[in-house]
Design a protein around this ligand. Structure first.
Ligand SMILES: NC(=O)C1=CN([C@@H]2O[C@H](COP(=O)(O)OP(=O)(O)OC[C@H]3O[C@@H](n4cnc5c(N)ncnc54)[C@H](OP(=O)(O)O)[C@@H]3O)[C@@H](O)[C@H]2O)C=CC1
Ligand SMILES: O=C(O)[C@@H]1CCC=N1
Length: 280
């Protein structure tokens, strides 16, 4: 068990997914997880009741008791948050940000010298401890703190330490990724329903098919191409399905989705910088 105190600054959907996974994991005691937001006390009450973690409004947080702060507000709020935190945090405390598009250098430049920061990108499957989470440390961050963050994030799934210049594409693949699979399922369900199947059965069939394919990719030593070919009998049903997918730009659409999300991640940081320039 990790004997550190963490404070979430932000109690929205991403924070809740992480809190739920962490609280269930036993990796960190619930009383060592503090959840804050700006003003929504009802939301804090509900998180406290559901997960048994401590909750306080951000202005009531005792900063001195926290080892790692997890920034989980919207990217547009980052400047206000960093300005507020700058002189409240100590060099031995670490800021771990889940914000899309906000780089470690962006945070470092707005904090006191040598401040330790870590950028991470989880996804909402954190709730079931099945996130694929990327992590990259800032340039002043101790390895020991990186280890603590890694261990914490392992409570909500698998952790991949990556170079920061890969963070945008990682966001396009894994941060936003669950939505693509849900979208796929929405269309599969719609088609099944049109053929008279009921939604509940379709949900189970689709999810089991996705889970089976995911496990095959994780547990078999075969590439997705080989696995796909094994499903595809000559002149059979899968070949017909894949032909239809290709004829309708399916493969290209998937690549474009990843590229679109990655490019939005890049754009977000530019927008935030633009806002700052505009505010001067
Ligand atoms: N949703 C996802 O799948 C993923 C999201 N992310 C990132 O997670 C972040 C949060 O997204 P999401 O959960 O959807 O956002 P939400 O809008 O649901 O939640 C934002 C939260 O931030 C709080 N907040 C705002 N300013 C402050 C502050 N100064 N101090 C403390 N809390 C503050 C808000 O409090 P109040 O309500 O009181 O104003 C609210 O609880 C984003 O930056 C996003 O890029 C990353 C990976 C995946
Ligand atoms: O849509 C978003 O911007 C956030 C970041 C990754 C997933 N959700």
């Amino acid at each position: 068990m990790i004997n550190k105190k963490i404070a979430f600054l932000g109690a929205g959907s991403m924070a809740e997914a992480m809190i739920s996974g962490m609280a269930e994991s036993g990796t960190i005691a619930k009383e060592n997880i503090i959840v804050t937001n700006r003003s929504n006390q009802d939301r804090l009450n509900s998180i406290h009741e559901k997960y048994g973690v401590r909750t306080v409004l951000k202005d009531e947080l005792d900063f001195s008791e926290v080892d790692q702060f997890i920034l989980a507000m919207k990217p547009k709020d980052i400047d206000a948050v960093l300005a507020d935190l700058k002189d409240k945090i100590q060099p031995n405390q670490v800021l771990v940000s889940v914000l899309a598009g906000i780089s470690t250098s962006y945070m470092e430049e707005r904090l006191n010298e040598n401040q330790q920061v870590i950028r991470v990108m989880p996804n909402t499957s954190s709730m079931l401890r099945e996130s694929a989470t990327a992590l990259c440390p800032g340039k002043y961050t101790d390895m020991e703190q990186v280890q603590v963050a890694k261990e914490l994030l392992r409570a909500i799934g698998e952790v991949f330490v990556i170079e920061e210049d890969k963070m945008d594409v990682f966001t396009g693949i894994a941060g936003s990724g669950p939505a693509y699979f849900y979208y796929l399922m929405e269309h599969i369900e719609e088609t099944g329903r049109a053929e008279g199947m009921d939604s509940e059965t379709l949900r189970e069939i689709g999810a089991q098919t996705l889970l089976g394919a995911a496990k095959m990719m994780l547990e078999r030593d075969e590439s997705p191409t080989e696995l796909r070919e094994n499903v595809t009998s000559p002149n059979g049903t899968t070949a017909a399905g894949l032909d239809a997918l290709n004829a309708n730009g399916g493969g290209r659409a998937i690549s474009e989705a990843v590229k679109g999300a990655a490019s939005r991640s890049k754009e977000l940081s530019k927008e935030i910088e633009g806002l700052l320039v505009g505010a001067k």
